[in-house]
Design a protein around this ligand. Sequence first.
Ligand code: RTP
Ligand code: MG
Length: 137
Amino acid sequence: MTQRTLVLLKPDAVRRSLVGEIISRIERKAGWQITALELRSLGQETLEQHYGEHKGKPFYEPLVEFMSSGPVVALVVEGERVIEGVRALAGPTDPIAAAPGSIRGDFGTIVRENLIHASDSEESAERELKIFFPGLA
Ligand code: RTP
Ligand code: MG
């Protein structure tokens, strides 16, 4: 099943020069392809759209502040079961709970600064891709 997913390398990944390392892990998966890639700073409106499901939660404001603290790298990745696959490469949200070998397990620090976002379902992917790459066919 070929899918598309939205991946964000969060400001901590850019600041810590982990962009190449993380992208290599994605590229190493046979049959996956990066089809769009952009370094960009995220404004409040984009973040509110992207993380709207978390609005009102105690971690929402610090999350938005963190996500706007520096540029992110936004990518579209296409391939076989890529939605589930990139989530597996990333590991669980909390780096302490993430196994070594996963991106968050190897490099994550605190739960908020966990390096990578990846769409969690086909519905989320469709919604998020429209926010970040509206021109995509
Ligand atoms: P993401 O949406 O960024 O891919 O991460 P996720 O699905 O693994 O986690 P989610 O529950 O959607 O949370 C979104 C992001 O909010 C930050 N967070 N902080 N308790 C906390 O301080 C807390 N909980 C979540 C993380 O940056 C998480 O990735
Ligand atoms: Mg999420």
